[in-house]
Design a protein around this ligand. Structure first.
Ligand code: PEP
Ligand code: MN
Length: 337
């Protein structure tokens, strides 16, 4: 439920209300907007205490949140959440582009991509060190070696790093190198892993599961927020349908739907969404027009040699051209890049 405080409430009233919430064994989440102060209250059976809280001085009214997702709910927090990564703000007016190879395949290729995408205007560098592959016989990622290359690329370019954590046993290692921890589609409902990153003080890029509904997506984010970590970015990356012309079906309507239901930023990954390099331009532009807060795009110096996801990777020159086109669309919808 949410407790809405009266206009002009005193600090003492505010403190008494939050203390009472805590004494009831519930957790208050404070959101101080320009207009009013809202306290989100979560905990088992929180609503049972509605009347006790309603009577406290300073309380204007209490509204129950009927949906099962609470902390990620827009009703809980009336301002957009901006996730800040090394000074890069995701969820504000500026659209942020994350780019890089699917997998870090080596030092040279990574540095080449990092320099190129930086030159084209990307703000974060992606690259998988631990890869969730369908076959156990295909390239599984370079592990820690890849993380060292990512650190070197960051040192040279200043681009913060986005990389996937697949297993809680690698949490400490990935935490050390990542600026944003990616939770992949296949792990969207790995609740143990979600709790692990929920306890970290680091932004999380949460990818939508291959067959996950938006409700399930919201609930997975709720797992992370429930552990204290509020810095979650939703990433729509396509869902499985009957269509086979594209690798997945990119659900662009997830952008306005998620933005309506939640205060968290939403980005689009057109690369996994369609799985074809020739469709990345149109889907990227459509994503920006639909209100996405950012994009994540796979770029490889020579896609024909890629060890994973070559068919959906852009060459650096093509990526640079796309950035120019995205800029024009962003301007048209009142956003910047
Ligand atoms: C990736 O980003 O390289 C990746 C594996 O994505 P997803 O989890 O969406 O398949
Ligand atoms: Mn990939």
């Amino acid at each position: 439920m949410i407790v809405i405080l009266r206009h002009g409430h005193t600090q003492e009233e505010f403190e008494k209300i939050t203390k009472r919430i805590e004494d009831l064994g519930l957790t208050p989440h404070i959101s101080k907007g320009k207009e009013r102060t809202i306290i989100g209250v979560v905990g088992e059976d929180a609503i049972a205490h509605r009347e006790q809280l309603e009577l406290l001085p300073g309380v204007e009214k209490i509204i129950p949140i009927l949906q099962p997702y609470k902390l990620v709910n827009r009703e809980f927090k009336d301002t957009d959440t901006i996730v800040e990564v090394d000074g890069v703000r995701i969820g504000g007016n500026e659209i942020q582009v994350i780019a890089g190879p699917c997998s870090v395949e080596g030092r040279e290729m990574l540095l080449t991509v990092a320099r190129n995408i930086k030159g084209a205007g990307a703000k974060l560098l992606r690259g998988g060190a631990f890869k969730p592959r369908t076959s156990p016989y295909t390239f599984q990622g370079l592990g820690e070696e890849a993380l060292l290359y990512l650190a070197e690329a960051k040192k040279e370019t200043g681009l913060p790093i986005v990389t996937e954590l697949m297993d809680p046993r690698d949490a400490e290692l990935v935490y050390k190198y990542a600026d944003v921890i990616q939770i992949g589609a296949r792990n969207m409902q790995n609740f143990r892993l979600l709790k692990e990153v929920g306890g970290m003080n680091k932004p999380v890029l949460l990818k939508r599961g291959i067959s996950a509904t938006i409700m399930e997506f919201l609930m997975s984010a709720e797992y992370i927020l429930s552990q204290g970590n509020q810095k979650v970015i939703f990433c729509e990356r396509g869902i499985r349908t009957f269509e086979t012309e594209t690798r997945n079906t990119l659900d662009l309507s997830a952008v306005p739907v998620l933005k309506k239901l939640s205060h968290l930023p939403v980005i689009i990954d057109p690369s996994h969404g369609v799985g074809r390099w020739d469709l990345i331009d149109s889907m990227s532009k459509a994503a920006v027009a639909a209100g996405a807060d950012g994009l994540m795009i796979e770029v490889h110096p020579t896609p024909e040699d890629a060890l994973s996801d070559g068919p959906q990777s852009l060459r650096p020159e093509r990526f640079a051209k796309l950035m120019e086109e995205i800029r024009a669309v962003a301007r048209a919808v009142g956003r910047s890049i």
